[in-house]
Write a protein that binds this ligand. Structure first.
Ligand SMILES: Cc1cc2nc3c(=O)[nH]c(=O)nc-3n(C[C@H](O)[C@H](O)[C@H](O)COP(=O)(O)OP(=O)(O)OC[C@H]3O[C@@H](n4cnc5c(N)ncnc54)[C@H](O)[C@@H]3O)c2cc1C
Ligand SMILES: NC(=O)c1ccc[n+]([C@@H]2O[C@H](COP(=O)([O-])OP(=O)(O)OC[C@H]3O[C@@H](n4cnc5c(N)ncnc54)[C@H](OP(=O)(O)O)[C@@H]3O)[C@@H](O)[C@H]2O)c1
Length: 410
């Protein structure tokens, strides 16, 4: 491939990835809250205060930080099924808040109105309001004060990709640094902020194996933005700042469930943190003595440092709970090796499992991985099912309609 083409591909991939991040930050705003029928079940307004039992780094030596968390559900009444997620309500980082207050030019001691409540600004920023990740609406509101032509230009619909680019790696504090607003009142400043959204994490444990507990697999977001070290609000809250308890509630997902008939074979594709729900699936299938076969595709950067839950998978494989285990290490050699490459290597066997009625699950990154896995499925249908491109697409759609191709991607 020519250098120009490679650059074009890279640029369009980066934009896709950024768009997916922007979309996902919107997604967690509009997802419904707990749909439990129990009227006393914890919700966003009335979360369960869970004790953190375990916070363990799983990727010692890696340049990526993925952690295993165990939270207590004692006396919570919180039910969950494999495939459900946990919604976590984080607090902001004290330093992020104090830096922001300094740049905005307010003390933090001002009283502000948030909804119907009067709060001290600093407390509102710490506990109630989102004050890092930018949104288009927020930039629009900010520009009512800043009156910047540059921002006005970026806010045009035709410039939406440029806006995504602009927002990537920038936080609210950067807007105030670039366009100082000396004299903005504390209340006007609060008017720019939205309520802190909860973050979703796939539950990585089954209650059958860990009664009264919920486990999570979290990649801690850390990156350089505008020359500064930045961190994701909730993943860093879990990693570094949890106090007495973690406010949380269950987010049921009826579209990502184990087959009712436990003799149905399942194929699970979960690279990176996408592994989380499959740990719950396999724990559950073992606990209930499911007779259906289990096949796991997992991938991450390096076998030595990023093999999440290695001992558990190896033990399941040895005991025959996992019939097949295929691993893709993307950075252990010069060429990238991803889960979809492993699927294609095993295409005959995979086709036969699918023809035997397997349910095919994908979890993890939506912007790149899930699309490539979808394409691999189509390729397998073409190669093994003697289909043309269109027929393969129809076949994949059919799998989805039959609810035998289920995704939990973000
Ligand atoms: C159904 C569902 C299940 C999920 N399950 C899991 C799970 O099991 N494990 C898990 O770890 N996550 C999971 N997530 C993602 C999780 O909800 C959070 O989105 C994630 O932890 C980031 O949240 P945060 O608060 O730490 O980061 P935020 O404070 O929300 O920051 C993220 C923002 O930081 C910016 N950013 C991030 N990286 C960069 C970069 N390299 N350069 C520039 N800017 C950047 C982007 O603006 C991005 O939107 C799931 C999401 C969904 C919707
Ligand atoms: N939209 C979102 O909010 C979103 C989605 C996914 C991930 N993330 C962020 O990414 C970080 C890590 O997440 P993660 O552990 O779930 O996953 P990840 O680190 O992004 O990826 C896990 C593995 O998948 C590989 N991979 C990359 N592109 C792929 C593709 N097209 N097909 C198949 N595999 C591919 C990676 O390889 P290489 O890295 O070597 O290429 C790595 O080996 C976190 O900070 C998370 O917040 C955010």
């Amino acid at each position: 491939m020519g250098m120009r083409k490679q650059l074009d591909n890279l640029c369009s991939f980066r934009l896709d990835y950024r768009k997916s991040f922007v979309k996902s930050s919107i997604a967690y705003l509009i997802l419904p809250m707990s749909t439990s029928t129990d009227p006393n079940a914890p919700t966003k307004a009335n979360p369960y205060e869970s004790e953190l039992l375990v916070n363990r780094l799983m990727t010692e030596g890696s340049d990526k930080e993925t952690r295993h968390f165990e939270l207590s559900l004692k006396a919570s009444g919180l039910e969950n099924m494999p495939g459900d997620s946990l919604e976590v309500l984080p607090t902001n980082c004290e330093k992020v808040v104090s830096d922001l207050l300094g740049v905005v030019g307010v003390t933090g001691l001002e009283t502000v109105k948030v909804g119907d409540e009067n709060l001290v600004l600093e407390d509102a920023l710490m506990n109630r309001l989102a004050c890092t990740v930018l949104s288009k609406i927020q930039i629009k509101k900010f520009n009512e004060f800043a009156q910047s032509d540059h921002l006005a230009d970026l806010l045009q619909i035709a410039n939406k990709d440029a806006l995504v680019d602009y927002m990537w790696g920038r936080e609210l504090i950067d807007l105030f640094s670039e366009f100082p607003q000396s004299g903005i009142s504390a209340q006007d400043f609060v008017g720019l902020l939205r309520p802190m959204p909860p973050r979703l994490y796939s539950i990585a444990s089954s209650l059958s194996a860990h009664a009264e507990e919920v486990h999570l697999t979290v990649a801690v977001v850390r990156y350089q933005g505008q020359g500064k070290q930045r961190k994701g609000v909730c993943s860093s809250y879990l990693a570094e700042r949890v106090g007495q308890s973690i406010p949380c509630y269950v987010h049921p997902n009826k579209n990502f469930k184990l087959p009712e008939d436990s003799s149905t074979p399942i194929i699970m594709v979960g690279p990176g943190t996408g592994i989380a729900p499959f740990r719950a699936f396999v724990e559950e299938r073992q606990a209930i003595g499911a007779t259906g076969k289990n096949w796991l595709f997992f991938g991450d950067r390096s076998e030595k440092t990023d093999y999440l839950y290695r001992e558990e998978w190896e033990s399941y494989k040895k005991d025959g709970v996992l019939n097949e285990l295929d691993l893709a290490w993307s950075r252990d050699q010069t060429e990238k090796v991803y889960v979809q490459h492993k699927m294609l290597e095993k295409k005959q066997e995979l086709w036969s499992w699918l023809n035997d009625g397997s349910v095919f699950y994908v979890c993890g990154d939506a912007s790149r991985m899930a699309k490539d896995v979808d394409q691999a499925l189509r390729t397998i249908a073409q190669d093994e099912g003697a289909m043309n491109e269109e027929e393969a697409a129809v076949w994949v759609k059919g799998l989805q309609k039959e609810r035998r191709y289920l995704k939990d991607v973000y």
